[in-house]
Design a protein around this ligand. Structure first.
Ligand SMILES: Cc1cc2nc3c(=O)[nH]c(=O)nc-3n(C[C@H](O)[C@H](O)[C@H](O)COP(=O)(O)OP(=O)(O)OC[C@H]3O[C@@H](n4cnc5c(N)ncnc54)[C@H](O)[C@@H]3O)c2cc1C
Length: 285
């Protein structure tokens, strides 16, 4: 794939000092359709038929042909991002060793505009409001990192083993690894980590890897966007509420389920710029 070849060995900058680099890849859209058609003894057909097949596979969760495509990344990220990233067990990785190497004086310093307050409605998220004194806070974070690194150097200077000297280094320290994953499981990772609920600092890595996946397998990525990334999942009662909305009736959901449903409907409307219909509840009802 010329688009993917152009990305090989190029560092895509992420955060202040991190990156994602596509090391290499195996297969692409053609491998997906060839492996899906193996039972019929046929390989690739026309572009139109291949595209239709890839969409069919994605739509129907026929996932194994996507596992035939493999991507290897070299990525550099803060330790707290790596902690979230490593939860995805279907990848193979090798990380720099803090027992073997002296860790570099490289820490993630958030931009002041990313220093936002605690979200009130989501205990795991930040709000849209930048905290007062964000510039001074960013400065304080950086100074504390500097003190931690100086202490680390002092411990090393006293002859302490690297594996122990590192234990008080903060989560903002940069680490790096080689990470290899098949396309099906990469899409699963991207679906979770490109979501608005994922932490900003891992989302930007997911976006960089999405660029690589799109270059390696553009039709598969198109199908992923169509059937997974751009799709919204509704529960059974939310489906009933949707039907009510379509029929101009008031949905029966109340309280938090109603609020969650409305958030999803608002996401749909925002994504597709659909005007909200007039309030279906008759005046005085
Ligand atoms: C917004 C968000 C918030 C999160 N918050 C927390 C948190 O507070 N605390 C926390 O601990 N985690 C948290 N996580 C991590 C989350 O619980 C998952 O561990 C992570 O997203 C990996 O998902 P996964 O297991 O589906 O992926 P993978 O590990 O890549 O696995 C892919 C799929 O393979 C299967 N699989 C893989 N390994 C096994 C296995 N050993 N046994 C059975 N099936 C397996 C499962 O079907 C799985 O869905 C959060 C994730 C997100 C996206």
């Amino acid at each position: 794939m010329p688009e993917a070849e152009a990305l090989i060995d190029q560092e895509i900058p992420v955060l202040d000092k991190g990156f994602v680099r596509l090391v290499d890849y195996l297969g692409g859209d053609q491998r997906i359709v060839q492996s899906a058609r193996v039972s019929y003894g046929a390989g690739t057909k026309s572009y139109r038929e291949d595209r239709g097949l890839i969409h069919y596979l994605m739509r129907n969760e026929h996932t194994s042909p996507f596992e035939q495509v493999v991507l290897t990344f070299h990525a550099k990220m803060p330790v707290f991002v790596a902690r979230q990233w490593v939860r995805h067990r279907t990848a193979r990785l090798n990380e720099i060793s803090g027992r073997y190497s002296v860790m570099r004086d490289e820490f993630y310093v958030p931009r002041p505009e990313d220093l936002r307050g605690q979200s009130i409605d989501n205990k795991q998220a930040r709000s849209d409001e930048v905290v007062p004194g964000a510039d001074a806070l960013a400065q304080a974070i950086q100074e504390e990192q500097g003190r931690s690194y100086k202490t680390y150097e002092t411990y090393l200077g006293k002859g302490l083993a690297r594996e122990v000297a590192r234990i008080n280094l903060p989560l903002s320290l940069y680490t790096e690894w080689y990470w290899q994953i098949d396309l099906h499981n990469l899409f699963h990772f991207l679906h979770l980590r490109m979501d608005a609920h994922a932490q900003y600092e891992i989302r930007v890595y997911a976006e960089a890897m999405a660029r690589c996946a799109q270059a390696v397998a553009p039709l598969a990525y198109e199908a992923f966007e169509e059937h997974k990334l751009g799709a919204v999942k509704f529960s059974q009662s939310e489906c009933a509420a949707l039907v009510a909305l379509l029929e101009g009736r008031e949905p029966e959901l109340v309280g938090r389920p109603r609020a969650l449903f409305e958030t999803k409907v608002a996401k749909l409307r925002a994504a597709h710029a659909v005007e909200a219909p007039e309030d279906p509840t008759p005046p005085g009802d």
